[in-house]
Design a protein around this ligand. Structure first.
Ligand SMILES: [Fe+2]
Length: 441
């Protein structure tokens, strides 16, 4: 395609991308009070009219991140064409995609979704929505890990100033994608306004220094679900209609990236019980992936908490809200999942919910073991608590009271996990390599 034709196709340079994202406004988040009974189902909530696609536009994946991309946004119903036109930034092969809409529950907005398939790995693309002139930029994941691959993770964001600060810091790292391990906006399945504010912040700030939109991968947390634990799919009121491309039938899934990385995304008992079908599935998918160079598990409630009491499986009313028994304490993870992580050589578990920075020792059966599994995270993208000390919780290697997200860098068989505080200060650098234990050392 000639330069002239490219201008006609896109009608606008990508240099002006940033200005299109300046219209969003965050709202200040607060922790929701603990409630014994699930709150009533929300009625229709009139949300902001006249949203532009770029106000909530975000990318995600439903399948192969090397050859597909899913483009989504929220807006009022329109009769205008919203299909996607896409072209490589340095190439001619155009792709088009049909945009489908569906209601966003309890609101006057629709979810717009378009999946582009048949893309070329490790390639930059430009796309436009309908006849709009604004062009957006993204890149597909490499199929082979021939170069450094960098992405970011964290959890427990909310919509406040610290969440925005961490968004800005994360985007600066030029990550291929951002992995949010549950508790995105804290909508609790009842506040569309909060879920919308989260997306507005993401759309506004999660653009890398080259103007590329940063795809978002998520797993479900308690604050995505009305009632938090042991609920039904429809209680993930605002979350699942956005992410059910990946979580079509279950609230757990895998994403495999080329020949180098597999993510296993789990539900810590919010919609799917930890034990039973999910654990059976987990055993199968880990077994199939045990020789992958980088095998990473992501779940919201930590097996090894830094703030909460690790707890026990007592059940009862408090169990239902995640305070007393197996829900929300990690007891279920430790009983059903950790033995599988250890058996199949999971390289790291990313877990959150406790609102601190933490890294455990490599653990086997809860004890430090050089061939064990490290647990990283604890969810302080935008929420904060004071952690327990490693003296009180010997499984902890490092903790701090700091808003943070982690930069993961894959180089060959080496993994670097660099935790960055909101200010940019390095909280921790942790490196592992190879597969454990047989192939390691
Ligand atoms: Fe949580």
């Amino acid at each position: 395609m000639s330069l002239l034709n490219r201008r006609v196709f896109f009608g606008a340079s990508v240099g002006g991308l940033a200005s299109a994202f300046l219209a969003g406004h965050g709202s200040v988040a607060r922790d929701e009070p603990v409630q014994i009974a699930p709150p009533p189902r929300p009625a229709i909530e009139p949300l902001q009219a006249n949203l532009l696609p770029q106000d909530t536009l975000f990318l995600s994946w439903q399948r192969d991140p090397t050859t597909t991309i899913t483009i989504q946004w929220l807006a009022n119903e329109t009769t205008e064409n919203t299909d996607i036109r896409c072209v490589p930034r340095l190439g001619d092969k155009r792709t088009t995609g049909k945009t489908v809409t569906r209601p966003w529950p309890k609101s006057n907005l629709k979810v717009y979704r378009c999946e582009l398939t048949g893309l070329t790995p490790n390639t930059e693309y430009l796309f436009q929505i309908g006849k709009a002139l604004q062009a957006y930029r993204f890149r597909t994941m490499p199929a082979k890990a021939t170069d450094t691959i960098q992405w970011v993770s964290g959890g427990d964001c909310g919509t406040g100033t610290h969440a925005i600060g961490t968004n800005i810091l994360a985007a600066k790292q030029e990550p291929y994608f951002a992995l949010i391990g549950g508790d995105l906006g804290y909508d609790n399945g009842i506040s569309g306004k909060t879920a919308l504010a989260f997306l507005r912040n993401y759309a506004k700030h999660m653009i890398d220094p080259k103007g590329r939109l940063i795809p978002m991968v998520t797993c479900i947390g308690n604050h995505e679900v009305r009632g938090g634990y042991k609920r039904k799919r429809e209680d993930g009121t605002f979350y699942l209609p956005l992410f059910d491309g990946l979580y079509k039938d279950t609230t757990y899934a895998t994403l495999d990236f080329g020949d180098y990385l597999s993510l296993v995304l789990l539900d810590t008992g919010h919609v799917s019980p930890i034990d039973g079908a999910q654990t059976e599935w987990l055993g199968g998918v880990l077994k199939e992936r045990q020789d992958r160079p980088h095998l990473i598990v992501v779940n919201h409630v930590p097996a090894y908490p830094s703030y909460r009491n690790p707890g026990s499986s007592k059940g009862g009313v408090l169990d239902l809200i995640g305070l007393g028994g197996s829900s929300g304490t990690g007891a279920g993870n430790r009983k059903h999942w950790c033995p599988l992580f250890e058996r199949y050589g999971v390289d790291a578990v990313l877990e959150h919910h406790d609102h601190t920075f933490k890294r455990t020792h490599p653990l086997k059966g809860g004890m430090q073991d050089k061939y064990g599994v490290p647990y990283l995270g604890d969810g302080s993208w935008g929420k904060l608590r004071t952690p327990n000390s490693p003296e009180k919780r010997p499984y902890l290697a490092k903790v701090s009271k700091a808003y943070h997200m982690t930069v993961h860098r894959l180089e060959g068989d080496q993994r670097y996990h660099v935790a960055l505080e909101e200010t940019g200060r390095v909280a921790d650098v942790y490196a592992t390599f190879g597969k454990r234990p047989a192939k390691r050392g």
